[in-house]
Design a protein around this ligand. Structure first.
Ligand code: CMC
Length: 431
């Protein structure tokens, strides 16, 4: 960050507190309130962190008003059309696009780690068959710290690197096995001659009796879904990973915490909730009823896949996802897919409605991703695990950045206390 000559002055009664203003490369300046409590005996209050920058970061930039998303400066649209997931992983982790040799080396390193410790299969078997794959992922990823002791020391750069590669490499295997376990099919081992997306599709859809031949168009669409979800600045799950690791916890435990946070329907769980909503709507003529419910203050229903804390214009990921949905459904010969029809019509009606226009609510990344994943053959319960495996690289890149940040310290927010004042304990007989 750049220190500016600007300061902000906070006046409380007759006391004036001068606060430094810092500047980044893009986006709004920040008022540095780090010394505010020491200088003024006062806290700031910002539930949901709507006006608070929690850290300095050079990984991802979002301009929510303009609908811009950049990874290390590169627009997401260009990365989605010209690059591929593992190259984007390299970019997020190391800051620059790789040379051919660097990419080959990185891909080899990831590919060499796709298998899970064989004993981990017992972990899967310990879950109920009807467990949600996200529940399995939280458990199994957390359990990695019990299997990979040689990559849990965060003070060792080499161990951090090995843990990062292991997580990116093993996450597709974990997600695919969670799925296989839930449907009672044998787990399929990874194949290192396949690219990252094809390997994942095969581990999900192949059975011992019949191999699954991966269609390159579907593999490309899968890869694009991974790319579009790779990182998204200081969202809830990323902030969870940063907060968990600020105490010095090991990387597997921290990523498990991120997966747990992502699961919620306001965050990554929205893709499952969105497709379930589209199915519940069922026919185009029922759309107005659901729009009315979304606008009704008395009804807790929200249009899933709509709205975003940061984007107050189109989510640029949603644009690419919509194009991808058309491509995939055409390939699969299901252009007249009813769910896609409802999604498109719902989007059109919502965007013409004053309520959504005034509140700047637009489709987000989750609005069309479910339609694609559904057409590919994934059950809705797999949508959020796929988001988790894609976001793993973002969590790791942010985790590594945090550990290298000299101002990093344990995350410890304060509060506005509104409970009882100090009072004396009352014996139970006299209460
Ligand atoms: N449908 C109807 N009304 C909505 C919606 C929606 N999807 N989203 C926000 N609003 C209204 C909300 O009722 C509120 O109205 P009012 O000001 O009258 O009280 C206003 O818009 C602002 O909403 P908010 O909840 O204060 O905004 P937020 O920034 O805290 O929430 C959000 C952002 C994404 C949680 C929210 O838009 C939402 O719940 N959307 C549906 C879930 C969803 O699609 N989530 C995926 C987000 S993108 C993937 C990811 O990164 O995780």
């Amino acid at each position: 960050m750049v220190e500016t000559s600007k300061t902000a002055t906070l006046v409380i009664d007759d006391k004036r507190i001068e606060l430094p203003v810092q500047q980044g490369t893009c986006g709004p300046d920040v008022v540095d309130i780090g010394k505010l409590y020491a200088k003024g005996d006062i806290f700031t209050y910002d539930p949901g962190f709507t006006s608070t920058a929690s850290c300095e970061s050079s990984i991802t930039f979002i301009d929510g008003e303009e609908g811009i998303l950049l990874h290390r400066g590169y627009p997401i649209g260009q990365l989605a059309s010209k690059s591929h997931y593992l190259e984007v992983c390299y970019l997020l982790l190391y800051g620059e696009l790789p040379t051919t040799a660097e990419l080959e080396d990185f891909e080899n390193r990831v590919t060499a780690h796709t298998m899970l410790h064989e004993q981990m299969t017992y972990f899967f078997r310990g879950f109920r068959r009807d467990a949600h794959p996200m529940a399995i992922m939280v458990g199994v990823v957390g359990a990695m710290s019990a299997f990979y002791h040689d990559s849990t020391d965060i003070s060792d750069q080499w161990q951090r690197e090995v843990a990062s590669i292991r997580l990116i490499a093993k996450m597709p295997t974990i997600a695919a096995w969670a799925y296989k376990y839930s449907i009672g099919q044998p787990m399929v081992y990874p194949r290192n001659d396949l690219d990252y997306a094809s390997n994942f599709l095969r581990m999900c859809f192949s059975v011992p009796a019949e191999d699954y031949v991966v269609d390159p168009v579907l593999a490309r669409a899968m890869d694009r879904i991974f790319t579009l979800h790779a990182d998204h600045e200081q969202n809830a799950s990323t902030s969870t990973v940063r907060l968990a690791s600020s105490s010095g916890a090991n990387p597997f435990a921290c990523i498990a915490a991120g997966i747990a946070c992502l699961w919620g329907p306001a965050h990554g769980g929205a893709n499952q909730a969105c497709l379930e909503m589209l199915r519940e709507i069922g026919t185009v003529d029922r759309i107005p009823e659901y729009i009315a419910r979304a606008k009704d203050k008395e009804d807790p229903f929200r249009l899933m896949g709509f709205g975003h804390r940061v984007y107050k214009n189109f989510d640029p990921r949603a644009k690419v996802m919509k194009e991808s949905a058309d491509e995939v459904l055409e390939l699969l010969g299901v252009e007249d897919n009813e769910t896609l029809k409802i999604a498109k019509q719902l989007e059109k009606i919502a965007l013409e409605d004053d309520y959504f226009a005034e509140k700047k609510l637009y489709p987000n990344v989750d609005f069309y991703s479910g339609v694609i994943l559904d057409a590919m053959g994934f059950p809705t319960s797999m949508f959020t695990p796929i988001f988790s495996l894609s976001r793993t690289v973002g969590w790791i890149a942010q985790w590594k950045e945090m550990l290298n940040d000299p101002v990093q310290k344990i995350g410890r927010p304060r509060q506005l206390y509104t409970g009882a004042e100090s009072r004396d304990y009352v014996d139970i007989e006299t209460r």
